[in-house]
Ligand binder design. Structure first.
Ligand code: SF4
Ligand code: FES
Length: 248
């Protein structure tokens, strides 16, 4: 199939950037990133700079890939990362617009690649469970109720891709932050630091200039791991409880 691509090209953080039009071909069994690989081979053959885009596993599990396709984070297929999107979802003659995540907290590094280290700093602010030194505890020593285990596993599916931020009109990181807070906050191992964690991670999200959640739901709609909005409700409830406990 023949495709017209309009791709955001930006040499560096300081460069103004612009859309550039390309014509390329793809087969239905190619992944979206393979289609870009082929285009990049063509660009290299013409001594042109290849299009920079992030990727690693190409299996939908690492969270490295992601950009906007026709204004939708990770493209049109629900619950799918762009590395798992295939060209069979497009047709001959389609015209596609590829742009990087747009958010103040995710500055563009080059073309479709953005700096997501703000997410790393959110995790460093509390997205972990402290383990006292000593030998590892027996895996079965702490029993976890099944509903808690399932909620934790669902929230832990977040791969930190940043699509939720890119899709949100407020560039809020609430879905990502709440997924981490829920994942740890429902487990017995996460209880000792539960209040400090939510206060610290929400404060870190504000410091990084992510916006506030206004319940629009675009984040849930584009999340490739189908993280539900309910986690934001849990985070807000934990935050209020933690604030009151600190004041008391
Ligand atoms: S919540 Fe979903 S969209 Fe946001 S970072 Fe995690 S996996 Fe990506
Ligand atoms: S490259 Fe790993 S999730 Fe897409």
């Amino acid at each position: 199939m023949n495709l017209i691509l309009h791709v955001w090209r930006q040499k560096s953080y300081d460069d103004a950037g612009r859309m550039v039009r390309y014509q390329t071909k793809a087969t239905p069994d190619m992944s979206f990133l393979e289609m870009l690989d082929v285009l990049n081979e063509e660009l290299l053959a013409r001594n042109e700079e290849p299009i920079a885009f992030d990727h690693d596993c190409r299996e939908g599990i690492c969270g490295m890939c992601g950009f906007m396709i026709n204004g939708v984070a990770h493209g049109p297929k629900r619950g799918t990362t762009v590395c798992q999107l295939h060209m069979r979802h497009y047709k001959d003659g389609d015209e596609l617009y590829l742009e990087p995540w747009r958010a103040r907290a995710f500055p563009v590094l080059k073309d479709l690649v953005v700096n997501r280290s703000a997410f790393d700093r959110l995790i460093a602010a509390g997205g972990f469970i402290s383990v006292p030194a000593g030998s590892a505890p027996d895996g079965n020593a702490i029993t976890v109720p099944k509903p808690a285990a399932e909620t934790a596993m669902d929230a832990a599916a977040c791969i930190g891709c940043g699509a939720c931020v890119a899709a949100c009109p407020n560039a809020s990181a609430s879905l990502f932050t709440a997924a981490k807070i829920t994942h740890l906050g429902v487990l017995p191992q996460g209880q000792p630091e539960r209040h400090d964690r939510v206060l610290s991670m929400v404060a870190a999200a504000n410091r990084e200039l992510f916006g506030s959640c206004t319940n629009i739901g675009e984040c849930e709609a584009v999340c490739p791991k189908l993280i539900p909005l309910e986690v934001i409700g849990r985070m807000n409830r934990d935050y209020i409880r933690a604030s009151w406990t600190k004041r008391a």
